[in-house]
Design a protein around this ligand. Structure first.
Ligand SMILES: NC(=O)c1ccc[n+]([C@@H]2O[C@H](COP(=O)([O-])OP(=O)(O)OC[C@H]3O[C@@H](n4cnc5c(N)ncnc54)[C@H](OP(=O)(O)O)[C@@H]3O)[C@@H](O)[C@H]2O)c1
Length: 233
């Protein structure tokens, strides 16, 4: 999306929440950090004369999406969400779909297992009540401490390939995978690798987000920028 905006020569600013130590460089001016809630975001929109907001965050970053809806409502600013379609199970997939991270922890077996916990860093504590498992984590930054007794962290940033994820799962003798239904290509290799190895995946469904116009591709967002009325809510 950032590349498409830069190539189109549209004056834009890229806003990072600041969760990772060294965010990926972007071909747009970048700002980092929270705004101070809805009021802070609304004040920024007014001060910078922002006319359009593209919510391009991760489908599980619900606070960012909620703040965007409310701040755009308050300021009368056009808003669109760039949201990838969720992943859908195909032949050979062994997915157990659950509604939340807590339900994912409950879906793991009682007997000790080797689990690839591919959910990022923020909600690992939900698995503290299942300490019998060995957890493999893949994180962008080295953790300062982990809330799980048997956990091993690999430091890596996606996108990942099928070959890399097959190698990861085989070399760690992984038996279960826990993942969020993020959609898109960059994070789906682990699901393809699980299918190839016949492993069960506990897949967490997306949380509900307030209704707002959606587009699935950067091209569709560019079309919306030209004609915002074409996308309904
Ligand atoms: N959640 C996930 O599973 C997940 C997975 C992969 C990547 N990520 C990425 O990690 C980042 C944070 O995700 P999260 O789940 O921690 O987010 P979150 O809980 O939804 O929001 C975190 C905070 O970000 C600030 N914020 C809101 N809108 C913002 C904006 N446009 N730019 C910068 N900051 C904004 C808000 O703080 P103030 O109230 O102070 O404004 C908000 O409380 C996102 O960029 C997301 O794409 C998240």
């Amino acid at each position: 999306m950032a590349r498409a905006l830069a190539e189109a020569g549209l004056p834009s600013v890229f806003s990072y929440a600041g969760r990772t130590a060294a965010p990926v460089a972007q071909p747009l001016p970048v700002r980092v950090g929270g705004f101070g809630g809805v009021e802070g975001l609304a004040a920024y929109i007014r001060a910078e004369g922002i006319t359009h907001v593209i919510d391009a965050t991760h489908p599980f970053a619900t606070q960012m999406s909620r703040n965007a809806v409310e701040a755009c409502d308050a300021t009368g600013t056009a808003l669109v969400a760039l949201e990838r379609a969720p992943w859908v199970a195909g032949p050979g997939d062994r997915w157990i779909r659950v509604p939340s991270i807590e339900a994912a922890a409950e879906a793991l077996p009682e007997a000790p297992a080797r689990v690839f916990l591919a959910i990022g860093r923020l909600h690992l504590a939900a698995f503290a009540g299942r300490p019998q498992h060995h957890y493999l984590l893949r994180l962008v930054d080295p953790p300062e401490g982990l809330p799980l007794p048997h956990a091993e962290a690999i430091i890596a940033r996606g996108p990942f390939t099928l070959a890399e994820d097959l190698d990861l799962l085989r070399s760690h003798a992984t038996q279960w995978i826990v993942a969020k239904n993020a959609g898109g290509e960059g994070a789906r290799a682990k699901l393809d690798a699980a299918r190839e190895l016949g492993l069960p995946v506990v897949l967490i469904d997306r949380p509900a987000i307030l209704p707002r116009p959606r587009a699935e591709t950067p091209e569709a967002v560019l079309a919306w920028l030209a004609h915002p009325a074409d996308l309904g809510v």
